[in-house]
Design a protein. Structure first.
Length: 352
């Protein structure tokens, strides 16, 4: 049986020949994937069927990656290697494992904010469980449905219940205060993201980022058709010297923060996401937006976030005003844009 399985393994990657993909002493991605496939197979082959598990696959991948990969890989390349390792591992496992092993050096926590999400919260937690996350903290607030009973309990899942509706921002702040991981991933209980779409956020934090945002740029309309909230996000990033972030913001999930960022900013700052982002920029933190997940279409429509000048839009606009106030207190009202008197600035502008 093992000989047959080994033969299947060799046929699985016919395009990955030993020695290909090498240049100037570096190992090509294809070669790493070939090695990962064989390593995953070997790790599983040396175990009894009952000992094959996601935790075992995760730990053996981590050990193999540390011993084998000695150069910086992109997040996309790491995911390719990870998937190859899992394919090899699953050649032995009778029940294929769906979890995604990741070679993370640090630990990860996840925070789920949910209010009346009995139809989706279990699926959200299920996808998080496919990643190497040591604790999933679910903040149920103002639930009148069966959200609490919809959650499958596990060793990694911590459920905190508040009878009153707190809102996503308050719930995330509370959840962050309870986490212990080196990285914290934030999602909402009403939007289902696949584990493969969440993995890049964890990898970016592990590679040194402090703040990882969801790049929603591909899902936005042209500037002329954007709403005031989107333009406020863009303006804040532009004024603070990060036009590359465009409209990407901590107001949108998923996003992730390093432990260093949470300690420096303080969990209370997460009550006002634009303020936390503005302070992170001013402090020179590493902020990246490497992955795009369509949160625009998946956002659940509620009475408070529909229509011109809706309640949610007013709240977010107010948050941006508070963000500007916070950085103006540190950098002055001009925000380092110019020190030129208005009269001189007007003359310079009019002379063009």
């Amino acid at each position: 049986m093992k000989a047959q399985t080994r033969s299947r393994m060799n046929r699985k990657l016919p395009f990955l020949k030993s020695g290909k993909g090498r240049a100037q002493g570096k190992v090509g991605l294809g070669e790493y994937e070939r090695r990962a496939y064989k390593a995953g197979y070997s790790a599983a082959a040396g175990q009894t069927e009952c000992s094959l598990s996601y935790d075992h696959m995760q730990s053996t991948l981590l050990n193999w990656f540390k011993a084998t990969v000695h150069e910086a890989l992109t997040c996309r390349s790491i995911l390719g290697v990870s998937r190859a390792y899992r394919r090899g591992y699953n050649m032995i496992a009778k029940q294929p494992l769906l979890g995604i092993p990741l070679p993370l050096r640090g630990t990860v926590s996840a925070v789920v904010s949910a209010s009346n999400e009995e139809k989706t919260v279990a699926a959200v937690i299920s996808e998080l469980s496919r990643l190497p996350i040591k604790e999933i903290i679910v903040i149920l607030n103002g639930c009148k449905d069966r959200s609490y009973h919809a959650i499958n309990r596990g060793d990694k899942i911590i459920v905190v219940c508040y009878p009153e509706r707190l809102g996503h921002d308050v719930a995330r702040s509370i959840g962050a205060s309870l986490t212990t991981g080196d990285a914290v991933l934030f999602v909402d209980g009403d939007i289902l993201f696949e584990a493969k779409d969440l993995a890049p956020f964890l990898l970016e934090i592990d590679k040194g980022a402090d703040v990882v945002l969801n790049d929603i740029t591909p899902y936005l309309p042209p500037f002329s058709k954007q709403d005031v909230v989107t333009r406020s996000k863009m303006f804040l990033n532009y004024v603070l010297g990060r036009p590359d972030l465009q409209a990407n913001s901590l107001t949108a999930v998923p996003h992730a923060l390093s432990r260093r960022a949470i300690v420096s900013l303080g969990v209370r700052s997460l009550l006002v996401p634009p303020k936390a982002q503005a302070l992170a920029i001013v402090q020179g933190m590493a902020i990246r937006a490497p992955n795009s997940v369509d949160v625009v279409k998946r956002n659940r429509m509620r009475s408070g976030n529909i229509g011109e000048g809706n309640e949610m839009a007013r709240l977010i606009l107010g948050d941006h005003i508070e963000a500007f106030q916070a950085v103006m207190e540190q950098q002055g009202v001009r925000l380092n844009m110019t020190r030129m008197p208005r009269s001189k600035l007007a003359r310079k502008r009019n002379s063009r």
